[in-house]
Write a protein that binds this ligand. Sequence first.
Ligand code: UD1
Length: 439
Amino acid sequence: MESVLYVRGRSPLSGHVTISGAKNAALVLMAGALLCPEPCRLRNVPNLLDVKRMGQIVRALGVKLDAHEDVLDIDATHIGQSQAPYELVSQLRASFFVIGPVLARLGIARVPLPGGCAIGARPVDLHVRGLQALGADVQIHHGVVRACVRGGRKRLRGAKIYLDYPSVGATETLMMAATLAEGETTLDNAAQEPEVVDLANFCRAMGAKIQGAGTKTIRIVGVPRLHTADYRIVPDRIEAGTFLVAGAITQSEISMSPVIPDHLTAAIAKLRAMGTQVAMDSPNTLRVVPGPIEAADIETQPYPGFPTDMQAQFMALSTLSNGNSVITETVFENRLRHVAELQRMGADIRVKGNIAVVRGVPMLSGAPVVATDLRASAALVLAGLAADGKTVVQGLHHLDRGYENLTKKLCGLGANIERVTVPSCETATEPLETGQPSV
Ligand code: UD1
């Protein structure tokens, strides 16, 4: 049995949608809580498969977790284990990021390599080199990264580190590790993503001394110990961006909150270039005012550039534009796998390497499609909302990883979407009489 979505297109959307807490912030803040030998509370935690997996990983390290609604209490007073289990790490790349806080707390950490992933090789060399610069011996044996503080010392030592690329994960790993190191660390060419800033703010709430998060240079003065904190996670800018595209692609006026509009500058600018206006009804409420969809070129970049996590959704939009768009993916080497699925729906897209040329067509037609990764799954749902007829989206485990109640939220706006459980071989047909909606 497997769950699939039946999306019946061309229903206009209207109304308001509530944006959940940011997945990528929640995951790394859960790792960040390992730095603290006192209980911490996170609020606005989204209810997602990835968050559950991260919870399993920190539990396996001996941490106590207590979740109620969107509040997560994390008690890392005792970390009993320094090795994260492979079965869990292999399912969630972000879980590798526990290496920084565990090493900083215990002086030793063992984390399996996260392995390949649908959107590219995603190595961890920048994490490893940075930890070495902070005074760790790092060895990789039998697929496990083993890091321990050099020379039998307990604490890492601050250092000047230049990142060859502004990796989000490496910036976060090194910022967490440096928080408890002796002396000062400078991270140059650091990632500037809002989730990095959220992690810095959470660490500061626990007593860390961090400056410059959100710029290319982050300075951290190590402290011997952190203390309890109660912290609210920022809204999910990628979820908000996905709903902005939902309004644009269905030609519907919808609003959303809470959002931090500054986190969406690149996506909003691109939407405007594509003929959709975005109004700010209040400092944390955005409203889509749709217009005829124009073509526009897009190139993904590290923040504040156009986010790779919005590329697939914008490609879905550009398939219906009045013209040709060139979409260039620069962040990940294999993140155009949704193209083949959009083509099944009648999109006119040609790919060469990391570049997709999209020629707008007047209409997409519903078809059975398979989600290839998290954001691709959202793009297929968006395409299905605009398409003529029924789209059947398979591979929903990707969607469940990163969107809280997407189906329910879209149905609340008037979309005609049904989640049904069917035998694997029947996914392209009508729902079985016995199929129960699982959302
Ligand atoms: C994070 C986000 C992900 C987003 C990505 C880029 C989380 C949990 N995930 O992923 O949603 O798409 O940022 O905004 O926060 N790289 C190396 N060596 C390294 C680390 C990265 O070569 O040691 C490369 C990667 O292969 C990739 C690029 O750098 O090509 C960007 O990766 P990175 O910024 O690290 O992304 P993640 O932190 O994995």
